[in-house]
Design a protein around this ligand. Structure first.
Ligand code: GLU
Length: 521
């Protein structure tokens, strides 16, 4: 039995979409479940699509999620460039491995599985235009290759000369003309594809001395002893070529098994979940905030206040089901429960409300102290500094109502500062003389209250007092709450009084009803 080794192989072409995070997560869970290694490899051989900062973004996003690689990235989050015991296959950036691939491309040419192609970009463009004019699509394959400029049609001497004297040639795979490729996918089962419609993909380019994705991917998966390739379904059309490459190299015995994950779908309608859906419906589709070169900001789950555990839990269940009713899974529980045979073939519809639900659940599971710590910077943004013990009590009281830590402020800001205005709609309703008068009496009662200083005792005493005077309980309470919070809604009076203290309570009552004469007008 070979040790399980899987890899996440992103191309640094921009921020990592949440679908990409899910691919990394499933790789990670699979590796850990099997006691294996999770490797990161950066596939950056397409220099035209390289985006500065994307590599760091990807690594940081995975670290935020707790998806920590065993190999390829060091503990500081840097892609490893020099081999060591822990990272024997360094460098892990394909652009830095460029010296490796040429001999593999040449090996295929020598064995007759590939050939040199000398067609210039202009010649190929002309072929495309010609085919288009005839209502067809040009494909570089068995139908056309014998009319084009390559080592299959030119003499050996001419080929040698062009190889030596020109620099814009490529190595192309010689796709079999009519063969059924039989493949197996861990999620999709057995697949058969006829090679008739497939093209002679470029494997290596002399111009930049770089391999294309296909060659680099196969060679590196082989050298890095990858046992399973778990990736997005957009790579399924490349699978026949990859199978044929393994065969051509004579590596079928150690060929990895493949699993192609379905897409994440839009919350409404059909199609792939895109950044535009997020912008339109107001939810993030990227793990972290991303600022592009033009300074445009794309929101991220982290900055929107999601807990990484909630994000990971939600992602894990987008396309995999545990086969039970359980929804809340820690990373360790996911590692134990995950199984490839319960990964669904169909696309998974993303539901932003469910993402919020997960966050709410994780918020409730956190201790009051932990949440209070997270609340400190939110308070600071509002210019409030508070005693930590007091903060813990506040958090304890309001955490059930919040989805995000930032909600604490919206729910309970009035526990930290007095209201400056009073909602008109509510004042019209509650600040009537018949309510204000008893409210002032209740205020005196509280100021003089000497019973136990906790919510239950104070609440009981208040209710007894109001009932004994036969005042309308709800109206009087709302009248007071309005004075304390600026609106008719909020926490219970006793809770507020306990948390802001008698002195602050009296001052707010005084301020609100200083003009009680005007109220009676
Ligand atoms: N570089 C490819 C990507 O960014 C990797 C595909 C694969 O995992 O084979 O999706």
């Amino acid at each position: 039995m070979r040790k399980t080794r899987v890899r996440f192989a992103p191309s640094p072409t921009g921020p990592l979409h949440m679908g990409g995070v899910r691919t990394a997560l499933y790789n990670y869970l699979y590796a850990k479940q099997n006691g294996g290694d999770f490797i990161i490899r950066i596939e950056d051989t397409d220099s035209h699509r390289f985006v500065p900062g994307a590599e760091q973004y990807i690594i940081e996003a995975l670290r935020w999620c707790g998806i920590i690689p065993d190999e390829g990235v060091d503990d500081e989050g840097r892609v490893v460039e020099t081999p060591s015991e822990r990272h024997p296959h360094a460098p892990y950036r394909q652009s830095q491995r460029r010296g490796i691939y040429r001999k593999y491309a040449e090996q295929l040419v020598e064995a007759g599985y590939a050939y040199y192609a000398f067609d210039s970009a202009e010649e190929l463009a002309a072929e495309r235009a010609k085919a288009e004019a005839a209502g067809q699509t040009f494909i570089y394959n068995h139908e056309n290759r014998m009319h084009l400029r390559n080592s299959l049609t030119l003499s050996a001497a001419e080929t040698e000369k062009l190889l030596a004297e020109t620099t814009d040639w490529t190595v192309r795979f010689k796709m079999p003309e009519d063969e059924i490729v039989e493949m197996d996918d861990l999620i999709r089962g057995h697949i058969e594809v006829n090679t008739r419609t497939l093209d002679d993909k470029v494997l290596w380019k002399r111009a930049d001395e770089l391999p294309t994705y296909h060659l680099a991917n196969i060679v590196d998966d082989h050298l890095m002893e990858i046992t399973e390739v778990i990736r997005g379904e957009e790579w399924l059309p490349s699978l026949p070529l990859h199978y044929l490459l393994y065969r051509a190299f004579g590596w079928t015995d150690s060929q990895p098994r493949f699993a192609h994950l379905s897409l994440l779908l839009k919350p409404v309608g059909n199609g792939k979940l895109s950044k535009r859906d997020g912008d339109k419906l107001g939810f993030p589709v990227f793990p972290l905030r991303w600022v592009n070169e033009a300074g445009e900001v794309t929101r991220g789950y982290r900055e929107d206040g999601y807990f990484p555990e909630a994000f990971v839990n939600m992602l894990a269940l987008l396309g995999w089901n545990p086969g039970t009713e359980q929804e809340i899974f820690s990373m360790d529980e996911l590692v134990k429960a995950f199984s490839m045979d319960k990964v669904q073939k169909a696309g998974a519809k993303f539901n932003p409300d469910k993402a919020k639900w997960f966050n709410k659940e994780y918020l409730r599971m956190k201790s009051d102290e932990e949440l209070a710590k997270l609340f400190v910077p939110v308070l600071a943004e509002h210019g409030v500094e508070d005693d930590f013990g007091h903060l813990v009590k506040v958090v304890h009281l309001i955490k059930e109502r919040a989805t995000f830590v930032a909600d604490f402020w919206d729910i309970a800001w009035y526990l930290f500062k007095a209201p400056e205005t009073y909602a008109e709609k509510d004042t019209a309703k509650f600040w009537k003389p018949e309510n204000v008068e008893p409210a002032l009496k209740v205020a005196d009662f509280i100021a003089a209250y000497e019973g136990e200083w906790n919510k239950d005792s104070l609440e009981a005493a208040l209710e007894d007092f109001i009932r004994a005077n036969e005042w309308p309980m709800g109206k009087v309470m709302n009248c007071i709450r309005l004075a304390l919070t600026g609106s008719g809604s909020g926490l219970g009076i006793a809770d507020i009084v306990i948390l802001i203290g008698k002195k602050e309570f009296s001052s707010r009552i005084e301020k609100a009803f200083a003009n009680s004469a005007s109220i009676s007008l």
